[in-house]
Design a protein around this ligand. Structure first.
Ligand SMILES: Cc1ncc(COP(=O)(O)O)c(C=O)c1O
Length: 381
């Protein structure tokens, strides 16, 4: 449906995220379908090699989603019932769900109001003898302070599973996220910086764990020399099809170009919105930021408006917006694990006030201007 008609705006609807899929990619997908080599095969191997090259030659395994990756990373670390994993309350539900599905307990902590990344001081305070791992998210592509994160993990002998769903191509002090660290998880959902339609990848420091995940992602099957199969440990069905991997290869080839484009667009957002109070703007980061999202906080209290009102007003002007994220510790499934309302004030304030504005590589600078004009008009009204 043409949303410009539904919204009454004369301009075409501008979504808050949109993948870049060119004709070469569509042709390549079609060729792979025509080859009838549909499920995991040579394209998966080639995609894993390319991802490994991109991440300093480390072992990589691709999966059906980052959610699957987070779950298998935890299993590969031997995490399960009785264990605790520390994560930010201000991230996507997948992180908490992956932990809960292993039988371990998600332990939520607050985030920094400005960076929106997990507070390492809060994480340290939450460590108990049962803590086995930290699972921080690099929010919107801004990396955590990696030296401090890994110092903390080393000091307490914890595993780190980095949720880098929003951070493919992000660099910390010049080094790509995923090219160092423990286990790093990427997402290729269409709203991410590159897509395989659905999909994810894990980058490992340990090839034995990579081989373990390779088995776990396909029923736990191990092939025996006599041609039969054994199952050593129950696995899942999280293998990526070749059709998706073929797209991933072509997306990866354009990733740095996509991310450079995101930088350009974000620079325009800052140019146009830079006069807003700094506590509502996202941190600028440096050239290593991969800018998956541009999500200011809305000064709702001062305005006496609801976020829904702002979103509806934007939609009426043909502009999409999103919410990333609700506070997980206040969801029905996890409310019992934290102290309820007021437990994590930064996470809760972000959940109330955040608004994700349109940002994707094919967006034009005049479309950023259109969003800013609309937002400033709505906020001033
Ligand atoms: C921060 C974060 N982590 C993990 C995920 C899960 O990714 P996937 O959809 O590939 O399972 C998402 C997806 O939106 C996300 O935003």
């Amino acid at each position: 449906m043409d949303k410009s008609v539904a919204t009454g705006s004369a301009l075409p609807f501008l979504p808050f995220a949109r993948p870049t899929i060119d004709e070469t990619m569509i042709e390549a997908i079609s060729d792979t379908v025509r080859s009838l080599q549909l499920t995991s095969g040579p394209q998966v191997l080639a995609f894993e090699r390319a991802l490994s090259d991109y991440h300093g030659g480390r072992p990589v395994r691709v999966l059906t989603s980052a959610t699957a990756g987070l779950e298998l990373a935890l299993v590969a670390c031997g995490i399960g019932a009785g264990d605790e994993v520390i994560l930010p309350s201000q991230t996507f539900f997948a992180c908490a769900n992956a932990i809960a599905r292993t039988g371990a307990t998600p332990v939520f902590v607050d985030v920094d109001l400005h960076t929106r990344n997990m507070s390492l001081a809060a994480a340290e305070a939450a460590i108990t003898p049962r803590t086995k791992a930290l699972m921080p998210t690099h929010f919107a592509g801004l990396p955590l302070p990696m030296d401090a994160l890994y110092d903390l993990a080393r000091h307490h002998q914890l595993r780190v599973i980095e949720d880098a769903a929003l951070a493919i191509g992000t660099r910390w002090q010049g080094q790509r996220i995923g090219s160092f660290g423990d286990i790093v998880s990427f997402s290729f959902h269409p709203n991410k910086n590159m897509t395989t339609i659905e999909g994810g990848a894990l980058v490992f420091s340990n090839p034995v764990e990579a081989a373990h995940v390779e088995r776990l992602r396909f029923h736990g099957i191990r092939r025996l020399p006599d041609g039969t199969r054994d199952v050593e440990a129950g696995g899942a069905k999280y293998n990526m099809p070749d059709v998706h991997a073929r797209l991933g290869l072509l997306q990866l080839a354009r990733l740095d170009e996509f991310n450079a484009r995101r930088h350009l667009l974000v620079a325009r957002y800052f140019e146009r919105l830079g006069h807003l109070p700094t506590d509502v703007l996202p941190p600028r980061g440096d050239e290593g930021h991969s800018w998956n999202m541009f999500a200011p906080l809305l000064p709702l209290q001062r305005l006496g408006r609801t976020r829904k009102h702002v979103m509806d007003e934007l939609a009426a002007r043909g502009i999409g917006s999103g919410i990333s994220y609700e506070a997980i510790h206040l969801t029905s499934a996890y409310r019992h694990l934290a102290g309820g309302e007021g437990a994590f004030p930064n996470s809760e304030r972000i959940a109330r006030e955040t608004l994700t504005l349109p940002l994707f590589p094919l967006m034009r600078l005049d479309q950023v201007d259109r969003v800013c004009d609309a937002l400033l008009e709505i906020l001033a009204a």
